[in-house]
Design a binder for this molecule. Structure first.
Ligand SMILES: [Zn+2]
Length: 56
């Protein structure tokens, strides 16, 4: 599962923070709206991302 979020900073700031970036917490419930079971989800890792900029 991937959680989409907005970084609210520049790409340079995001890259500089790397793994130390304040990523969103893992949800405490299943994200399926028909389920919503309380389950402790675990973050499994970090990977590099691409940046798409308008006009580039
Ligand atoms: Zn579920």
């Amino acid at each position: 599962m991937q959680i989409m979020f907005e970084a609210h900073c520049t790409v340079e700031e995001y890259v500089k923070q790397g793994k130390n970036f304040p990523f969103p917490k893992a949800p405490g419930r299943c994200t399926n709206p028909k389920c919503r079971m309380a389950v402790k989800m675990k973050k499994h890792g970090f990977y590099e991302r691409y940046h798409i900029k308008a006009g580039f």
